[in-house]
Ligand binder design. Structure first.
Ligand code: HEM
Length: 311
């Protein structure tokens, strides 16, 4: 979970770099001092240190040495890493207008270049509205039965007294819920299984070191991403053929009309489906994991929640 949080902050930190370099380009001299840290070797920076061991060890040792805000250089990007809630609030809330989201190319290709994260303007705005609009209270109400089924089957698989990793289990659940939100309740079991299998491979390679060496997590993820495109194209083709009008995100993507009436290509839809699954999975699983931890640590709170929800 910590790693997921750090990588999220990593993306945010790139924003800071973009901001600083943009200021330099327009001729304003940036007076601010960079935080402590090391920029490593020319070009490769500290990329190898990050990827040659468990990333959480890299971040923990940096945090211990330099504090909650430190500079580094990863995947060709000078970065400022932020690990405090105050710093995250500064980037995401109070000074959000100063930042522009950018991702390293390797990550952009894994998600899909047409996903809304990588765009600004009209295309971004329309897709954002569409994704937000697909999660209305009415839609969620219609999903309650299927959501119950997902949680029940997950709880069944946890019985038996073995040790489980809460975050990993909740990631499985949030993925299933994502699939439900995107494709509605009746996605063919074969497609659901293939999507899950290949998305898991993609997820494992997402934060790996980009390389052309076969057999690496990165190469496996690249191949899985290609297979995901093929599966999604097939699902989209079938949906178009059956003209099923369902209350799900795929239906909204198919109904998309741009400024001049243009529709989304199958590739654009596929990239945005992967984008939503990516945006929804770790974030939601993290929140649920922390919720469980806090409820466990505060029994009185747990009792109060039970009163609200079960009586
Ligand atoms: C508790 C869970 C979640 C957290 C903490 C979270 C957090 C965030 C944050 C911090 C951003 C960046 C905002 C920015 O750049 O201003 C973001 C963007 C985004 N999230 Fe979430 N998110 C969560 C769940 C979800 C879910 C369930 C979806 C699925 C629909 C989703 C879809 C998106 C999308 C599409 C964007 C990009 C928005 C844009 O580029 O305009 N998120 N999320």
């Amino acid at each position: 979970m910590e790693i997921a949080a750090y990588f999220f902050i990593f993306i945010l930190s790139i924003l800071i770099f973009v901001l600083l370099s943009r200021n330099r380009r327009v001729g304003r001299i940036v007076q601010g001092k960079l935080p402590p840290g090391s920029m490593g070797w020319p070009y490769i920076g500290e990329t190898l240190q990050l990827y040659s061991r468990d990333p959480s060890v890299f971040f923990a040792s940096k945090q211990k040495r330099y504090g909650e805000i430190f500079k580094t250089h990863i995947l060709g990007c000078p970065c400022v890493m932020l690990a405090s809630p105050e710093a995250a609030r500064f980037v995401l809330v109070t000074q959000a207008h100063l930042f522009k989201p950018t991702y390293p190319k390797s990550k952009e290709n894994f998600i899909g270049p047409s996903a809304l994260f990588f765009h600004q303007g009209e295309y971004h705005m329309r897709l954002r509205k569409l994704v937000q609009g697909s999660l209305t209270l009415n839609t969620l109400r219609d999903m309650v039965g299927d959501l119950n089924a997902i949680f029940s089957s997950s709880l069944d698989s946890l019985s038996g007294g073995h040790v489980v990793n809460t975050f990993h289990e909740l990631k499985k659940i949030s993925f299933d819920v994502g699939i439900l939100a995107v494709f509605g309740g009746n996605l063919d079991a074969h497609y659901a299984k293939e999507l899950k299998k290949n998305y898991t491979i993609l997820d494992k390679g997402y934060n790996s070191f980009p390389t052309i060496i076969p057999g690496t997590l990165y190469k496996k993820a690249k191949m899985a991403r290609r297979r995901l495109s093929t599966i999604l194209e097939e699902i989209i083709r079938l949906r178009k053929e059956t003209r099923a009008d369902k209350n799900d995100l795929l239906t909204s993507f198919l109904a998309y009309k741009g400024e001049n009436g243009e529709v989304l290509s199958d590739n654009q839809i596929a990239d945005n489906i992967i984008g939503v699954l990516f945006a929804a999975q770790d974030t939601t699983a993290s929140v649920m994991t922390w919720t469980i931890k806090f409820l466990h640590d505060h029994p009185k709170l747990l009792e109060a929640v039970k009163v609200v929800h079960f009586f």
